[in-house]
Design a protein around this ligand. Structure first.
Ligand code: AMP
Length: 515
């Protein structure tokens, strides 16, 4: 019996040493491996119980949609197509074990938005649910794709419906995928399919009404932004200053300089350095707690801060084309056409619609505070910062004095006169931003001083329609400049008005049942 007991204890010790070897497993995961401790009492030995062999849990396998390069020693690098098994799923970063590819048999953290369940619609290479019609066109027309490249996306105009977008001789055609009551799908009534995959397979082998065979799925080249820099910075986002290297000055604003930098020698970031004394670190951190939670593809993500000493660093995602104002001025119409201008406006409206939903106010919306990345992607920056700056500078920033840096020409009358900053005063500023977009970055009210603007607005004066601005777009601006804030549109409305600006009606869809 004693022998049996010793063997059991040895077995427990082995189990513990086995945990030691798995030190990389996060502590939260260890509690899953419950160990029963034998009480050290000298009683009659219990009847021998053979522990049941635990049933092997079916593996939950995930597929990587994009490449990821480890940013910290705790991360796991992988390539698109690798298979991974989650060990611990926290919100934005998962601890996983690699199954295939370069990550096989290794463990580490990965961004949760880079992986999807292997046997799911999300894992289909042609499934791009959140892609908008205009983005689908941009992606399919890029050099990486060839004739017959395609994707399936959610239809913007009809919630719950799907669309097929196909590149056909340098033009993108869109087809409505209709749903059957029993859950099937069809493009043309004569051919029903029980799954989207069957539909894709059919039109890969037959053109039927499409006039073109589906070939390669559209390339998924642009990886989404990760949520935060790494697993560790999600909670500890005050990071050591030494982990950030400043590489190149990108610009200078009213409150300090902005640099391109590199974090942990691995990750490109933008670093905003604040002039000493610009703001109180405590105030800033309080506001930054809120700013950090605001996450949307059309908002610049706040990654981390260094506030322990001056100058304070604000570390955000890096945007390759700088501010929208510079971008508009640089091109002055050489590359930008009206559809792109409207699209730039709709992206800003989308970011602001998210802030509106979160009951957050920007307070300084203008083209200089919107940043542009690749492919005309733009994102709203510096939301909420104005509030912190105001507090500390102690200036009465609401006084429309000549010569102050207060953005009089962007500010709604009630914000200027009564200090009433609301999402509706942001809507006013958005109208001015639309003016900047259509005039390629021209100063609003070009012939008026700040003082004259304040005076004239009180008499009901508004800017006239800029040259070459379509009437419908000017009407949207005027809606933003209504005297009574409640009469101004919501950002949600502005977003769809701009997204649907060129959104053709149903007839714009190609018809697959013509044959
Ligand atoms: P700001 O101090 O925010 O007005 O920024 C000054 C300039 O720095 C801007 O006009 C941009 O050209 C540049 N900049 C600011 N933030 C970023 C960023 N996240 N990525 C790239 N450039 C930036």
């Amino acid at each position: 019996m004693g022998d049996l007991r010793e063997r059991f204890i040895m077995c427990c010790q082995n189990t513990f040493s086995c945990f030691k070897e798995r030190e990389t497993v996060p502590p939260s995961d260890i509690k899953k491996y419950d160990i029963e401790v034998i009480p050290n009492v000298h009683t009659e030995p219990p009847a021998r119980v053979i522990p049941p062999i635990p049933a092997e849990k079916p593996k939950c396998v995930y597929l990587a949609l994009y490449d990821y390069m480890a940013r910290t020693d705790d991360d796991l690098s992988f390539h698109a197509g690798d298979k991974l098994e989650p060990i611990n799923k926290s919100e934005d970063w998962w601890y996983v074990r690699g199954i295939t590819g370069i990550s096989a048999n290794k463990q580490g953290y990965v961004p949760a938005n880079y992986v999807v369940p292997v046997k799911s619609l999300d894992a289909e290479p042609w499934y791009f649910p959140e892609t908008k019609r205009l983005d689908a066109e941009k992606m399919l027309l890029s050099d990486e794709n060839q004739n017959g490249s395609f994707l399936i996306r959610n239809c913007e105009s009809q919630t719950g419906e799907l669309s097929l977008s196909v590149l056909d001789n340098s033009k993108v055609k869109h087809y409505k995928i209709k749903k059957l009551d029993n859950g099937g799908y069809f493009l043309s009534k004569s051919q029903n399919f029980s799954t989207l995959r069957e539909l894709v397979e059919h039109y890969t082998n037959n053109d039927d009404g499409l006039y073109i065979h589906l070939r390669e799925p559209c390339k998924k080249t642009i990886a989404p932004e990760t949520n935060g820099l790494s697993y560790n910075t999600v909670d500890q986002w005050e990071i050591p200053r030494t982990s950030v290297k400043l590489l190149r000055k990108l610009g200078a604003g009213q409150f300090g300089e902005v640099f391109e930098g590199i974090w942990n020698d691995t990750t490109a970031v933008a670093v905003k350095t604040l002039k000493p004394g610009t703001m109180d670190a405590k105030d800033f951190l309080q506001e930054a707690q809120i700013m950090k939670r605001l996450r949307h593809p059309k908002l610049i993500q706040l990654y981390a801060v260094c506030t322990m000493e001056e100058p304070i660093y604000i570390i955000t995602e890096l945007m390759s084309n700088g501010s929208l104002l510079e971008y508009l001025k640089k091109d002055r119409g050489a590359c930008l056409r009206l559809p792109t201008q409207v699209e730039l406006g709709s992206q800003v409206a989308a970011g602001m619609a998210y802030l509106e939903l979160q009951n957050y106010i920007h307070r300084d919306l203008a083209a200089r505070n919107v940043l542009v990345g690749e492919n005309n992607v733009c994102k709203v920056a510096d939301f909420g910062l104005a509030r912190v700056f105001q507090k500390d500078t102690g200036e009465n920033v609401y006084e429309a004095k000549e010569g102050t840096k207060f953005p009089v020409k962007w500010t709604a009358p009630e914000a200027m006169h009564e200090n009433k900053f609301t999402i509706k005063s942001d809507v006013w500023s958005f109208g001015i931003l639309l003016y900047e977009i259509v005039t390629f970055g021209q100063m609003p009210y070009p012939t008026l001083t700040n003082y004259q603007v304040v005076q004239k607005l009180q008499t009901g004066y508004r800017m006239s329609c800029p040259l070459s601005c379509p009437k419908y777009l000017y009407e949207i601006m005027c809606d933003c400049w209504r005297e009574v804030p409640a009469d101004r549109p919501t950002f949600e409305t502005l977003q769809w008005e701009l997204e649907d600006f060129f959104e053709p009606d149903v007839s714009s869809y190609d018809d697959a049942s013509r044959y």
